[in-house]
Design a protein. Structure first.
Length: 208
């Protein structure tokens, strides 16, 4: 006979290791509703890690989930959610990591200023070394089609955020997904070049 005892749910993945870096999963909330996002297809697993959270972790829980940061090249805020929506938590955990001498990166939609209604790049720049911003497309229509933003003006706002992040002293990389319908990857790269920031071609579903 099989036991009818329910199988306990797996522990939530607050931190996960990839490419010698430690990634932090701080929220599932997003300002965008990307059509290509795995979570909108019911898929929360990214490169073997189940990123579904049952609740948002606290600063203490995240710092405990990091443990000893020494082995990692970078601590990266990145999950299937937008880390800057939890700005206070992000700043506090990032400050602790800077104190420990670590390089800190935030993978973001670049919409923090639009959402928070102020320029948060100076606050970020105090504790964050690099931001990797999803540009996603070369023009607003293509951007809106793929990312379905909850707020108007997102495409312009993310480019303004990138310029301010650059001016605040953070290393800025714009990224776009190669092969996404209607996305002109070379035109995306030109936007990054015109802003004087780096560019990275991404592959769909690959975290980095
Ligand atoms: S920003 Fe990232 S996590 Fe959020 S909906 Fe888009 S792909 Fe998914």
């Amino acid at each position: 006979m099989h036991s009818t005892r329910p199988v306990p749910p797996p522990e939530p993945t607050l931190s996960y290791e990839l490419h010698g870096n430690l990634y932090l999963n701080v929220t599932w909330h997003c300002t965008l509703r990307c059509a290509f996002c795995p979570k909108f297809n019911g898929e929360w697993e990214v490169q073997g890690y189940d990123l579904r959270l049952r609740r948002e972790p606290s600063v203490t829980e995240l710092i405990e989930a990091i443990g000893d940061p020494a082995p990692y090249h970078e601590i990266v805020f990145c999950g299937l959610g937008e880390p800057t929506l939890r700005l206070d938590v992000l700043l506090e955990v990032a400050a602790a990591m800077k104190k420990a001498g670590k390089r800190v990166r935030v993978n973001t939609d670049g919409l923090a200023n639009l959402v928070h209604g102020r320029d948060v790049t100076p606050e970020l720049a105090r504790v964050v070394d690099a931001v990797s911003i999803s540009l996603n497309a070369q023009d607003e229509a293509t951007y809106v089609r793929h990312t379905r933003p909850k707020r108007a003006g997102a495409f312009a706002a993310l480019q303004d955020f990138a310029a301010r992040a650059r001016d605040a002293g953070m290393e800025v990389t714009l990224s776009a997904i190669d092969g996404l319908d209607g996305v002109d990857i070379n035109a995306c790269e030109r936007i990054a070049r015109d802003l004087g920031v780096k560019f990275r071609r991404r592959v769909l579903d690959a975290v980095g």
